[in-house]
Design a protein around this ligand. Sequence first.
Ligand code: BGC
Length: 446
Amino acid sequence: MENNKFPDDFLWGTSTASYQIEGSPLADGATPSIWHKFSHIPGKIKNNENGDIACDYYNRYEEDIENLAKLKVKAYRFSISWPRVVPEPGKINQKGLDFYKRIVDKLLSRNIEPFITLFHWDTPLWLEEMGGFRERASVDHFLFYGETLFREFGDRVKHWISLNEPIVYAIQGYVIGDMAPGYKRNLKGMFHATHHLLLSHAKLNAILHKSVKDAQIGIAEAQIWTKPLRPNLKRDRNAADLMDNLINRLYIDPVTKGKYPEKLLAKTAKHLPKAFEEDLKEMGNTCDFIGINYYTSQSYRYSLFTPLIHAREVPTPGYKRSAMWEIYPDGLYNLLLRVKTDYGNLPCYITENGFPLKEVKGRDPLDDTERIEYLKEHIQRVLKAKNEGVDVRGYFLWSLMDNFEWEHGYDMRFGIIRVDFTTLERTWKKSAYWYRDLIKTGVLNL
Ligand code: BGC
């Protein structure tokens, strides 16, 4: 019989991100982030919504941590807002640090292990005005911020995530333009930002290990399982393979193997900063663990008319979809196995996985049975990979509560706890009770 029980030390958690939940973006000495600016430009966000209030976690974090304790999670992944802590170049804002200190203390008092993400996209606006991650100087600013956090929290926080989904920041922020900083078709920007973010990660790894004992640092990578639309056609297989390299390997290989994927270099080397090869020498082996954010798979077909990549995404016939993406739990299993076969079985965590639902009139907003089904299927694949020897150590559900879903505003809800965005009241959905019971027993009943 297949083992359907997770080991007792498996780290169950939930994830959130600063701009999506905190609100009060300019409180207590904080300066604006690029998301503050972007979300206030009319037409950028659905219904012109923004993160001014969000879940008001800035004032209600105690109640939210109580909910974490009631869910019995063992870990909580959250991000720190950089411009709260460093509101101007080289200046530390103690009040900003104090806010996160209160959170860390409260989590520890409830035996919940903090996993801190340093960068979940809310770049300080001052940094963007200096050229942002397109410029190499961003690395030094990132290190100053990172060192500050390691110094302040290193004695109590042992798990760090330098970057959240650098691919999404680079593609949507520099090429598609539907996310901050909002550039379009800026390939140089995309590759320079990618490189400087990954280089920052590598240097942060060295600093962390020099200054903090027994700590680990990794990246939360957006991973998509890519497939050829017509597997029998070589040109579709090539298209899917190129996209796999572009979406997945481009962001893992430099910080594990110390190289950019060969298949991409021919096309992209000219867009990378001049010194990239020199930098790669210090970038390899700098992930103590790999974080996998998994939601979906994508099918690709060859497309003559798509410049540069010659690949076009098409819906996979017959696949079920959520409100945002197609559903393919086996993709998560495949990607986990790949950590074992291609990346030396590095320890890994599912740092995000979750299901979007919109509220529909006439339907109980607390009944999210579809979400439970999605979660079960995906968690089952995690267990399968674990039983086959993949060193997967934890699972962080996205998300603890409904929040500001970037360009989709508040319409698209990922929470297992409902937030009424008028009263800010929190209410457990069916999935929260289900998750609590799973954590309690560690047994996955399908
Ligand atoms: C991001 C989250 C986001 C989630 C759902 C990930 O891309 O890290 O910030 O809310 O997916 O879209």
